[in-house]
Design a protein around this ligand. Structure first.
Ligand code: AMP
Length: 320
């Protein structure tokens, strides 16, 4: 695996891979890689390296010479298999994105360990790691943001972290333009972010598929997160109660309960007694629109944010 720091190097490596017929998978991260991140890379490796059986949304992008060509796709007779894929090219970005941190939060102390990240990304199957300096992504004098508006950002983490999602969509839009992936991989751990990115991709006609990857958890249920590194031993133990609360609600849902208040109360009964946890929100919302719901009809997400000491952790379960 190669590690590069400039846009020019990424573009050259991706162009070469495409010229060899490879499809490009991309996992954006802020580094301090753990098994959650590696699950995205492994999934990209498995899907982008696979051949024609997969419905490849990138097919429509690949002109005869691949690369960044927007030439029309080669026409195929119906039922004819698409030109055999010659494997994939998996890119991971490692960039602690300053625009998604509010002033005075953990931007400075966010864990950084490029050497270890490089080894982990390589072992999970990445071909290229892109670890740019801030000025590479945000050149001096730039003044463009990308912002999703409305319900998806006006609830849950949106009001709690003003400007956060604008920072996330801005950096992802820039990274998508640099890498031009056919598939981009995001974790369900950051469920609201996943929906916001899907919305941006749809609205701005990015020619890529957003692939969601289930949350990877520690053996005691705690969702893996780079921010877990902030926890003391006692806080770490207390943090496991968050997922236990969500799982209690999920069990109640499995037994037939559909009332939002009852499901939320089931989670709170587990979480509230732990004095080290300070819930910021615990809400049940529609799994696609994030609209508030009183009863679960289709699919819902039970999402929470909580402070455990200095660390702000988020987690969720999808019901239905
Ligand atoms: P981050 O480095 O925290 O910005 O996360 C980068 C990507 O990894 C995002 O798409 C996250 O949703 C995903 N991710 C982080 N933690 C997990 C986890 N425990 N399970 C699955 N995906 C995760």
């Amino acid at each position: 695996m190669e590690m590069v720091a400039t846009i020019a190097e990424v573009r050259a490596a991706v162009a070469e891979a495409r010229a060899r017929g490879k499809s490009v998978g991309f996992a954006p991260t802020m580094g301090a890689l753990h098994e959650g991140h590696l699950a995205l890379i492994r999934r990209a490796r498995a899907e982008c390296g696979a051949s024609t059986a997969l419905q490849d949304p990138e097919g429509s992008l690949q002109g005869p010479r691949g690369a960044l060509s927007l030439a029309p796709p080669v026409r195929q007779a119906q039922g004819e298999p698409r030109t055999k894929s010659r494997g994939g090219f998996v890119v991971v970005s490692i960039f602690v994105n300053p625009t998604q941190f509010a002033p005075g939060t953990d931007l400075e102390k966010y864990p950084r360990d490029l050497a270890s990240d490089s080894a982990k990304a390589a072992s999970a199957g990445a071909d290229l790691a892109f670890a740019p300096a801030v000025e590479e992504i945000y050149p001096p004098g730039d003044s463009t943001f990308v912002e999703v508006t409305g319900q998806l950002v006006d609830c849950l983490c949106g009001p709690a972290r003003p400007g956060h999602f604008r920072g996330v969509t801005t950096v992802c839009a820039r990274l998508f333009h640099i890498v031009v992936p056919g598939r981009a991989y995001f974790g369900e751990k950051d469920y609201q972010q996943l929906l916001v990115i899907k919305q941006m991709v749809r609205d701005l006609h990015f020619p890529l598929a957003v692939v969601s990857v289930p949350t990877v958890r520690e053996p005691d249920g705690l969702a893996m997160s780079s921010r877990n590194a902030y926890l003391s031993a006692e806080e770490r133990k207390a943090a496991a109660v968050l997922s236990r609360g969500l799982f209690a609600a999920r069990e109640l849902f499995a037994s037939g309960e559909r009332d939002a208040a009852a499901l939320i109360a089931a989670a709170k009964r587990v979480i509230a007694p732990e004095p080290r946890l300070k819930l910021q929100y615990l809400e049940l919302r529609d799994a696609e629109t994030l609209a508030e719901i009183k009863r679960v009809g289709g699919s819902a997400v039970l999402a929470l944010a909580a402070y455990v000491g200095q660390a702000r952790l988020i987690d969720n379960v999808v019901l239905g």
